[in-house]
Design a protein around this ligand. Sequence first.
Ligand SMILES: NC(=O)C1=CN([C@@H]2O[C@H](COP(=O)(O)OP(=O)(O)OC[C@H]3O[C@@H](n4cnc5c(N)ncnc54)[C@H](OP(=O)(O)O)[C@@H]3O)[C@@H](O)[C@H]2O)C=CC1
Ligand SMILES: CC(=O)[C@@H](O)[C@H](O)COP(=O)(O)O
Ligand SMILES: [Mn+2]
Length: 381
Amino acid sequence: MKYISILGSTGSIGTQTLEVVRENTDLKVIALTADKNIELLEKQIREFHPVLVSVSEDVLAKELRSRIKDVNTKVLSGMDGLIACATEKSVKLVVTAVVGMIGIRPTIEAIKAGKDIALANKETLVTAGHIIMPLIKEHNVRLLPVDSEHSAIFQALNGETMNRISKIILTASGGPFRGKKKKDLEAVTVEDALRHPNWSMGRKITIDSSTMVNKGLEVIEAKWLFHVDLDRIQVVIQPQSVIHSAVEFEDGGIVAQMGTPDMRLPIQYALFYPERRNLKGERLNLFQLGKLTFEEPDYETFRGLRLAFDASREGGSFPTVYNAANECAVAKFLNREINYLEITGLIDAAMKNHKKINHPTIQEILNIEKETYDFIRLITT
Ligand SMILES: NC(=O)C1=CN([C@@H]2O[C@H](COP(=O)(O)OP(=O)(O)OC[C@H]3O[C@@H](n4cnc5c(N)ncnc54)[C@H](OP(=O)(O)O)[C@@H]3O)[C@@H](O)[C@H]2O)C=CC1
Ligand SMILES: CC(=O)[C@@H](O)[C@H](O)COP(=O)(O)O
Ligand SMILES: [Mn+2]
């Protein structure tokens, strides 16, 4: 039996992880967390009987406690609750499926407590990769990527312990605005931007896919996970989202991972690595697919992607500013406070305003997050 904790169990990745749990009786859920969705969390508690759950606010924890009086599950709240769920003694592996930089501290505590990490929360590595990667080594735990591209690369590297990576080919769908120019994007609505062509995901990452900031975050994530320089990471538009990413080796051979756009595969792969198990669902039909196409990214229109390379090249605290500015701007866009093109404009402005800190500590990273939010609020009011 493998005991797991799922941080962010009510979200897109969290609920798909629970679908995998449903199909595999040797997985046992010990802890679950949510932000505010206590209706869904209550259903999950009744189905999976975790020992521990946590929500963001005290008042919601209180309400949840009164709803599940008949169930033997402890309800906690806040960062302490999140960390308790990430470090519960019996847990072997923690799925980090919360959205945003809130994922950093529980992930760090989980690693320190000796837990393997199935990492969906990309913001953790983007902002704190220089702290997380050495910590993984120090505590001798596994960091198993869940993000589909990184899982694809991880799968392509399986068994390749002796061979050097010549290039990582990081695929992108191009999002709902592939082929558009800046002037076409002036009047984009929240609904337009949430219409991802291939993947069904949480709202924040769906907006990030539309701006290609998601790919920018993934470039930085790949740099840390696979120890490659930025000039060895090539972003390639693969509009069908069938090739989830690929690795080119020294001899020019390219190993790619393909499949339908279904996050349950990378989730299940991380949960059982190195074992592969049967997964119910649609299989890729190559005859039906007919062809695969590839395009170069348009770095002028999707300048959020270019800014990720800039932030990563600058290093230090710049990726934190890039990420925090994007988080804040996307929340404002989703709240209809700013227009679509302002998202990348604000990231650019925040980066220009920033004075770099080398090797920022976790406290410095969290301070920079707050300062960046304050800066964006100031210039948008
Ligand atoms: N969805 C996908 O297919 C993919 C997602 N990822 C990454 O995985 C992470 C999760 O994405 P996704 O599942 O789409 O996101 P969702 O928005 O669907 O879910 C986020 C989860 O985190 C919880 N949460 C949100 N804010 C907080 C907070 N402040 N404190 C504690 N918990 C919080 C939510 O709770 P509540 O429901 O109560 O709001 C929910 O359980 C992101 O980092 C994303 O980039 C990576 C690859 C693919
Ligand atoms: C499912 C997943 O991993 C997402 O990050 C996905 O890659 C988003 O698609 P884009 O390629 O459009 O960003
Ligand atoms: Mn991805």
